[in-house]
Write a protein that binds this ligand. Structure first.
Ligand SMILES: CCCCCCC/C=C/C(=O)SCCNC(=O)CCNC(=O)[C@H](O)C(C)(C)COP(=O)(O)OP(=O)(O)OC[C@H]1O[C@@H](n2cnc3c(N)ncnc32)[C@H](O)[C@@H]1OP(=O)(O)O
Ligand SMILES: Cc1cc2nc3c(=O)[nH]c(=O)nc-3n(C[C@H](O)[C@H](O)[C@H](O)COP(=O)(O)OP(=O)(O)OC[C@H]3O[C@@H](n4cnc5c(N)ncnc54)[C@H](O)[C@@H]3O)c2cc1C
Length: 661
């Protein structure tokens, strides 16, 4: 990239960077070698001509766009397979996927959830049967859980799997319209198999929801099998190439062994054997929620890179009347919009790495029959997924707005990035629903704290606060982290007290819960924010890096702490000992941090190391040729391929002529 002829503003910005950009790239990637491998892989992928689009995707019809995405998905699969064989390297297909598809691969659910559910929910025998086929794409699948009528409340799913002991089969049925599966990615026209989550019935008795592996299309003709009704759900806000679909069954039989039986089992005679914990059936969702925190880091880095580079190149208006128009990045309001995006990406990455470790530890425990830490993992993954996805959506939108009119252009890629980022707020557990799951855990933890019990590490601050809620405020990062814990503890207590108040007024627990649920949701958000602050600050101070880089990383981590303290200063005034003077000091600190980060802004986004092919943006490319690219892309419009469009003769001319009469 160094030899590319760049916009002079970007050249100047890069020259004034105070740290070694390569050092940060290696830190993000996990070492110099990891960067080398990543770059070699990406170079290989983006030099494949067939993966490059001659016409921008947006000009294609819905159908052509899908077919093009499938074409590229198959080529990408082949290239990756060869690459893995040759270099024994497991590539990050999702990162290059943004480059290849701009949007989402029709195989996203195959890789992200179909294979993962076979691993997570299948017995060793079932894995041996299905996994090799799924991994080498002999079969293509998705995860079909959500229905027209139910997505959040999965115990309410209506798809039925009724066991027939005579034939040792399950009979799948979707008797109502609301029971039709709706949303699964790839289901529309791509997959031939599904994990279907259905209500299990044996001898007329319900045994709750269970996962089944089901073939829905013929492997040769791709026609839906008899008894299967399947199709695509149509255009959406984003995810255009994900090929989301609908599905219903009519007396469709599958063998008994197609129920994934790692947890619960159905024996030949119809005996139901309960698993260790029925919630383990929800395991794939926990795994994907953890992954979404990592996706939030990538999505915010995409938007930050585009908006920061653009803001360094764009000059508009003046700060001082007699001086030239400034780079818009010099407006402190612009820095306020953008530097939180850079900081958030680092916070999400650090928290993702911490959460993944907890996830793996809990999986190891579960394999040995220990489930003590499962509730804490579920509660933590729920609130972090909810808050990070919401933050990422807001940050991406703020970056888009920070690019003014050009940010509204599809060629900036910001609308597409927003489309797939904002989807994460809803899928894999709608944000409020997940926050309320965490609130259940917090209320239980609060009760345990009141009873003097020892709490799990992520909520132990509740006991500390109960012992002493009158801690002197300190304007240090550690003091701010403590402050976030006080806010969270204060909100948990307030929500708990509200529930008790309603119960005393004669409400039952469920109604009292619903009445207090805004407070519960806010308590859960505050808990999540306190984890984000504590973990990210902890990770940064443990980072081993050169003094210059460490200084910049600390500035970003502090910016995150101070930004959120100021954004939620009302809560701090209510629940901590912060004073108005402390808030004024923090405002000053915030301005100092913006100024300190300013010279490194371009270096920081360069360190995300996102190739132009992944950014896909007229505003964000490495060379900063913004206006040239905007014009080049505009000229690709089909309307610019002819000097006069047929509509002139058909409609406009007759209209004008009629007007003459
Ligand atoms: C790289 C991959 C990219 C993938 C792209 C993905 C595209 C999108 C895919 C999808 O969206 S797939 C569909 C995802 N759907 C959801 O996430 C549904 C959300 N709803 C739920 O998870 C559940 O319905 C619920 C909200 C958790 C409620 O479940 P339920 O009604 O059964 O529980 P409750 O009676 O409320 O009891 C809760 C009880 O259970 C514990 N618990 C709940 N879930 C889990 C879990 N996953 N693991 C462990 N424990 C769980 C919870 O803590 C409560 O415990 P107690 O308080 O009773 O002790
Ligand atoms: C892009 C995209 C891809 C998807 N891919 C898949 C897929 O591959 N496979 C799959 O199975 N599903 C998929 N889904 C479905 C997704 O998982 C659900 O849409 C999601 O879980 C939300 O459920 P819902 O649509 O039922 O929302 P609802 O639950 O109907 O939410 C509507 C409103 O009701 C509120 N609400 C609901 N319950 C409660 C409650 N208990 N307390 C308080 N408020 C509540 C919510 O907060 C929200 O404000 C996808 C969705 C999207 C958008």
């Amino acid at each position: 990239m160094a030899n590319v002829k760049c916009n002079p503003d970007l050249v100047r910005e890069r020259a004034k960077c105070s740290f070694d950009v390569n050092e940060l790239i290696h830190l993000i990637d996990g070492g110099e070698n990891a960067t080398k491998e990543k770059r070699h892989f990406e170079e290989t992928i983006f030099s494949v001509k067939e993966l490059q689009d001659a016409v921008p995707e947006e000009y294609l019809s819905h159908k052509d766009r899908y077919e093009n995405a499938v074409r590229k998905a198959t080529i990408l699969r082949d290239v990756c397979r060869e690459y893995m064989k040759k270099y024994n390297y497991k590539p990050n297909r999702f990162r290059v996927g943004h480059g290849v598809f701009k949007d989402v691969s029709p195989f996203l659910l195959h890789d992200g959830m179909f294979v993962a559910t076979i691993i997570g929910q299948g017995t060793p025998e079932q894995q041996a049967e299905w996994l090799p086929k799924a991994e080498n794409m002999q079969i293509i699948g998705t995860y079909a859980q959500t229905e027209l009528g139910h997505g959040s409340f999965i115990r309410g799913l209506e798809t039925r799997a009724t066991y027939d002991p005579k034939t040792e089969e399950f009979i799948l049925n979707n008797a109502t319209l609301s029971s039709f599966k709706w949303w699964p990615g790839g289901l529309g026209s791509t997959v031939n198999h599904c994990i279907v989550v259905a209500q299990l019935f044996i001898n007329g008795k319900s045994y709750g929801i269970q996962p089944f592996i089901v073939q829905i299309r013929d492997l040769n003709t791709h026609k839906p099998l008899p008894g299967v009704k399947v199709g695509e759900i149509g255009p959406k806000m984003g995810f255009q190439t994900a090929n989301n679909g609908f599905l219903g069954f009519e007396n469709f039989r599958i063998p008994r062994m197609n129920m994934l039986m790692k947890n619960a089992q159905v024996l030949k005679d119809g005996t139901f054997v309960k698993g260790m914990n029925e919630k383990l059936t929800y395991g794939t969702m926990v795994m994907v929620r953890v992954g979404i925190v990592g996706d939030c880091s990538l999505n915010t880095s995409l938007a930050a890179t585009i908006a920061v580079r653009y803001s360094a190149v764009r000059h508009q208006s003046k700060i001082k009347a007699k001086e030239p128009e400034v780079q818009i990045l010099d407006y402190v309001t612009q820095q306020h919009k953008l530097f939180i995006a850079i900081a958030s990406s680092h916070v999400f990455r650090n928290v993702y790495s911490w959460l993944s470790k907890s996830y793996l530890n809990v999986m190891k425990d579960l394999a040995q029959g220990k489930q003590d830490h499962l509730p804490e993992l579920h509660a933590t993954a729920c609130c972090l997924k909810a808050v990070c996805s919401r933050d990422a959506g807001s940050v991406v939108e703020e970056c888009r707005l920070a690019c003014g009119g050009h940010g509204y252009m599809t060629s900036s890629n910001l609308p597409l990035v927003y489309g797939f980022t904002i989807a994460t707020v809803t899928y894999e557990g709608e944000q409020t629903v997940l926050l309320l799951q965490t609130a259940r855990y917090l209320v239980k933890a609060w009760l345990a704290a009141l009873q003097g019990k020892v709490l799990a590490p992520s909520v132990s601050y509740l006991s500390d606060w109960l012992k002493n809620d009158n801690v002197r405020w300190q304007n240090t990062p550690e003091g701010i982290v403590k402050g976030f814990q006080h806010v969270a503890a204060g909100k948990v207590k307030a929500a708990y007290d509200t529930i008790q108040k309603y119960i005393k007024l004669g409400k039952d627990y469920e109604d009292a819960w619903n009445l207090a649920s805004v407070q519960l949701m806010k308590a859960s958000e505050a808990h999540s924010r306190s984890i984000l602050c504590e973990v990210s600050w902890g990770e940064v101070i443990r980072t081993s890096a050169s003094p210059n880089l460490l200084q910049v990383l600390k500035q970003l981590a502090q910016l995150y702490l101070v930004y959120w303290t100021l954004e939620t200063s009302g809560d701090f005034l209510v629940y901590s000992n912060i004073s108005k003077d402390d808030i004024a000091i923090l405002r000053e600190k915030y301005e100092e941090l913006l100024a300190a980060i300013r010279p490194n802004a371009v270096g920081l986004v360069d360190a995300f190391d996102l190739r132009d092919e992944i950014l896909h943006s007229t505003l964000g490319s490495y060379d900063g040729r913004v206006y040239e690219r905007l014009m080049e892309e505009a000229l690709k419009s089909p309307l610019n391929q002819e000097s006069v469009n047929a509509s002139f003769h058909k409609y406009l001319k007759p209209l004008m002529e009629k007007a003459k009469l």
